[in-house]
Design a binder for this molecule. Structure first.
Ligand code: 3PG
Length: 391
């Protein structure tokens, strides 16, 4: 795919789709990673005299204006980070926006209002895509985190303008693409999270590529139940007992080392003051619930990670938000931080865990995409990427 580096940008009006969908608490940004990660693209354009028009969604306002989801705090934070003013529009299309764009000087930056205030955004309405396109001469997609959505500002607009990737998009595709198409070996994939349903396609795809697959989190207990073990009150997906057995069969057939927990932390409550116990996986008491991997499993997983040349991690090992159940996810994060292998952290929960444990700067790549990096690992084409111009 063509990138912003392959085109002339000086003096041009450039519509840049970014993913500024950042977490907010009482109007304050609690994690600005996604904003900081787009600075290279914005600076690149601004320094070369482009007139930069930024567009993003924030939250899920469902096609209506929601005051608490305006991008005003984002514009302020971006301005601080860039060290220069960022103009903010109160809308994303229309005459007022056109006037603000027309007033932009070379190198200046304007942030449009939340594109999801318009019903046409998520419907990928051609009219809205055209209205966005009319604001600019060039389209740059730097929103890797939203690339799995075929929306007007991520996909539709690319059909109306020359369309290239931004520097963050390029980096994400490069790292994830290389990891999955030509992995350094041994390649260990870590798949956690609560639900089997959310991880079916990623496990299926990784069985074709990885040397080791490490399983943790709520989805593990379905594997135990499928083996006929007592899992007490633990999370289970009774409709997918055969499917998870099929995963184990396929892994065996392909010579993939498929690692499941050997012990777990069980608790009597989903809370910070729960009573807990450590048991082997074949001794989960009937009235208890498993919430994390146990110490033997932590050791086994850490050893596998230490011996890997490449590690890709998606999904926590337990309920890491709660003190009694954070050790498994912490141990995996520490093992990733310590290994000499290359580490790629899928966005969303795993990235949040790594940040919570302050191990972010010890990882080689933390994806800014949650759903997008998951779909990428599933081997799916991302509509926001497909729509960009080829070389
Ligand atoms: C994300 O946070 O994963 C992206 O910004 C996409 O958001 P969405 O799931 O609301 O489309």
């Amino acid at each position: 795919k063509k990138s912003v580096r392959d085109v002339e940008v000086s003096g041009k009006r450039v519509f840049v789709r970014v993913d500024f969908n950042v977490p907010l608490e009482n109007g304050k940004i609690t994690d600005d990673t996604r904003i900081r990660e787009t600075l290279p693209t914005i600076q690149y354009l601004s320094e070369r005299g482009a007139r930069v028009i930024l567009a993003s969604h924030l939250g899920r306002p469902k096609g209506q204006v929601a005051e608490e989801l305006r991008l005003t705090p984002v514009a302020a934070r971006l301005s601080e980070l860039l060290g220069k003013p960022v103009a903010k529009a109160d809308e994303a299309i229309g005459d007022a926006v056109k006037a603000q764009v027309a007033a932009l000087q070379d190198g200046e930056v304007l942030l449009l209002e939340n594109v999801r205030f318009y019903a046409g955004e998520e419907k990928n309405d051609p009219e809205l895509a055209k209205a966005f396109a009319e604001l600019a001469d060039l389209y740059v997609n730097d929103a890797f985190g939203a690339a799995h959505r075929a929306h007007a500002s991520t996909e539709g607009i690319a059909h109306h303008l020359p369309a290239v990737s931004g520097l963050l998009m390029e980096k994400e595709l490069d790292v994830l693409g290389k990891a999955l198409s030509n992995p350094e070996r041994p390649f260990t994939a870590i798949v956690g999270g609560a639900k089997v349903k959310d991880k079916i396609s990623v496990i299926e795809n990784l069985i074709k590529i990885a040397d080791n697959i490490i399983i943790g989190g709520g989805l593990s207990y379905t594997f135990f139940k499928a083996r006929g073990l007592e899992i007490g009150k633990s999370l289970v997906d009774n409709d997918r007992l055969e499917l998870v057995q099929e995963f184990e069969r396929q892994a065996k057939e392909k010579g993939v080392n498929f690692l499941l927990p050997v012990d777990v932390v069980v608790g009597d409550a989903f809370s910070n003051d729960a009573n807990t116990n450590i048991v082997p996986v074949d001794q989960i008491p009937a009235d208890w619930e498993a919430f994390d991997i146990g110490p033997k499993t932590r050791e086994l997983y850490a050893e596998t990670i230490a011996n890997s040349k490449l590690v890709v991690w998606n999904g926590p090992m337990g309920v890491f938000e709660l003190e009694p159940y954070k050790q498994g996810t912490l141990a995996v994060a520490e093992a990733c931080a310590a290994t000499s292998g290359y580490t790629v952290i899928g966005g969303g929960d795993s990235a949040a865990a790594v940040e919570k444990f302050h191990l972010g700067d010890k990882m080689d790549h933390i994806s800014t995409g949650g759903g997008a990096s998951l779909e990428f690992m599933e081997g799916k084409a991302l509509p926001g990427v497909v729509a960009l111009n080829d070389k």
